[in-house]
Write a protein that binds this ligand. Structure first.
Ligand code: HEC
Ligand code: HEC
Length: 261
């Protein structure tokens, strides 16, 4: 799948969502780091993600025992919020970003932990799923690359984005107006990996977006998909036409009243 990807330029740093500073502070992943991480986990994460990381902590019931999303089962479930292709593990930076930002409405941000503590707790979380131990060196997860956005004519780009939105069936789930009331959703057809009913995000409410609302974040959601949910990856549909994804991104941003790129 990755080979189909046309690489233009990498603008990860320019877009500002990935912090090289935090990466520099990442401690070595060893037994001591994981042990420190376990102690933090037991105080900060266990009540939702459970004593063994199976997503069955007591506070998970407060979020809604029978509705999505349940806290992630770290021992076996895939990850939604990734910069990596569908089906792959997240990068360390992706995980760091989730813990730092939190997830609107369901998981608090842990920006109050020091950088070192955030990395330590993530070392522990990763140790719960053996797939991470196998994904090192050449096999470590890699972010997709992003073409530099170019908007010679913004109005025309938004109009093209509107066409892509309906051509690729986004409205079937997200609705004509982007609020999440599409026919698939209204019919109750959408389920997550655990078989629980899930509703598409309201794309007009920027602050509710789990994967972020910056242009780069939206590009990432469209191209990598949210694994374990009905939200697919559109990497195949846009293969060789990655620049077109920015038109769709611009259209999504316009749904929440944004005029700046
Ligand atoms: C109040 C409950 C709560 C607490 C506390 C909590 N989480 Fe979560 N977390 C969730 C829920 C719910 C999800 C699933 C969200 C979803 O699927 O949309 C989640 C998902 C995640 C994910 C996966 C995101 C993805 O890409 O799929 C990671 C990583 C994560 N949590 C890490 C942590 C860590 C580390 C801590 C402790 C420092 C923590 N969480 C504390 C509720 C919580
Ligand atoms: C089959 C149903 C379905 C289709 C088709 C679909 N989506 Fe989604 N989408 C979802 C669901 C469900 C979620 C929410 C997943 C979650 O909350 O865990 C989602 C999430 C998203 C997100 C991330 C929101 C966030 O919280 O960060 C974006 C952006 C998005 N969709 C855009 C699109 C676009 C653009 C298209 C068409 C190219 C599309 N979707 C097609 C079901 C769908």
């Amino acid at each position: 799948m990755r080979s189909k990807f046309v690489i233009t330029f990498v603008i990860l740093l320019a877009a500002g969502s990935y912090s090289p500073m935090a990466e520099a502070l990442q401690p070595e992943d060893n037994r001591q780091t994981r042990e420190n991480g376990r102690r933090i986990y037991e105080r900060a994460c266990l009540w939702c993600h459970g004593a063994e990381g199976k997503g069955d902590g007591p506070s998970g019931w407060l979020i809604g025992r029978y509705s999505a999303p349940r806290p992630r089962d770290f021992t076996r479930e895939s990850y939604k919020l990734r910069s990596t292709p569908s089906g792959e593990l997240p990068t360390d930076q992706d995980l760091y970003q989730i813990v730092t930002r939190g997830i609107p409405g369901v998981m608090p941000p842990f920006s109050g932990l020091t950088d070192t503590e955030r990395w330590e707790v993530l070392s522990y979380v990763k140790s719960l799923n053996p797939l991470f131990a196998a994904a090192v060196g050449d096999r470590s997860p890699h972010s997709i690359t992003f073409p530099v956005p170019s908007y010679p004519d913004r109005e025309a780009a938004i109009n093209r984005g509107r066409v892509f939105y309906s051509r690729y069936g986004c409205q079937a789930c997200h609705g004509d107006d982007g609020t999440g009331n599409g026919p698939e959703s209204e019919a109750g057809n959408l389920r997550d990996g655990q078989g629980l009913r899930i509703v598409p995000r309201d794309l007009t409410d920027r602050r509710s977006l789990k994967n972020g609302s910056a242009p780069l974040d939206l590009y990432r959601s469209i191209m990598t998909g949210l694994d374990g949910t009905p939200m697919p990856s559109y990497v195949d549909q846009f293969a060789g036409r990655e620049q077109d994804v920015w038109d769709l991104v611009l259209y999504l941003r316009s749904l929440s009243g944004d005029s700046a790129p």
